[in-house]
Design a protein around this ligand. Structure first.
Ligand code: NI
Ligand code: MN
Length: 235
């Protein structure tokens, strides 16, 4: 089983069947709803950063430095990290995929802002992204398990290209900075995942949402799994 744990906002840790440890969009220190601090994150193998905003990249450099994990991000964010002394980086660009030892990672489009936290030069401004992970089938099974972390994004037509490619979709529902619940439901119509786990909501008042209403709006399109910070979903 792979274990996906939400830490609030868009930060998740994932431990794959083979014991590989990943973190998505690390923002724990200063995150008002996080269940742990960055110091409490154990060993890590990969750090996946969807874009450069502080609420996604805030703990990226310090975790990369402490754990030695590979930072997987756009070329611009990876290049900025290198200027900060991080040497273990794997840069990608939208539409590109790579077969890592634990599974495949493809960088998907997102429509959002591109500023990189900590980059005072402004030259590393990036295109925001999402990630599509394809993990190998569980023992005795034939189908891979596909997890989509949308990053911060508006509803975009490009999501239609993900139809049939995603089992579990991590979608922002907070509104204001990303798509809200209604557009997330339309995204589900585009993507047709089996399971949806909402993210990027209830971190602060501006993005407060009612998860019961969201579940009702999704209806029978997909199973909605509501996590609490610190709780996990196994797949
Ligand atoms: Ni953002
Ligand atoms: Mn954000």
């Amino acid at each position: 089983m792979a274990e996906l744990t939400w830490h609030g906002h868009s930060c998740f840790t994932l431990v794959t069947d083979d014991g590989t440890r990943l973190i998505f969009d690390p923002w724990l220190d200063g995150n008002p709803v996080a269940d742990i601090t960055s110091d409490e994150v154990g060993e890590l193998d990969y750090i996946l950063v969807s874009h450069g905003h502080s609420d996604h990249f805030g703990d990226g450099l310090k975790l990369a430095e402490r754990t030695g994990a590979t930072l997987v991000a756009t070329f611009e964010i990876a290049s900025f990290a290198e200027t900060q002394g991080i040497t273990n980086v794997h840069s990608m660009s939208i539409g590109g995929g790579f077969d890592f030892p634990f599974g495949r990672v493809k960088m998907t489009p997102a429509l959002h802002g591109g500023m990189v936290d900590g980059d005072e030069s402004g030259i590393f401004t990036t295109v925001p992204a999402g990630f599509l992970l394809t993990l190998p089938p569980r023992e005795g099974e034939s189908e891979p398990r596909r997890l989509y972390h949308a990053g911060d994004t508006a509803l975009i037509m490009d999501m239609q290209l993900l139809r049939g490619e995603v089992d579990i979709a991590l979608l922002p529902i907070g509104d204001n900075y990303t798509m809200g619940p209604a557009d997330a439901v339309r995204a589900i119509d585009f993507i047709k995942p089996s399971v949806v786990i909402p993210m990027h909501y209830n971190t602060f008042d501006l993005i407060r949402q009612d998860t019961d209403a969201f579940r009702e709006a999704v209806g029978n399109r997909a199973e909605v799994v509501i996590l609490e910070p610190g709780s996990s979903y196994e797949f």
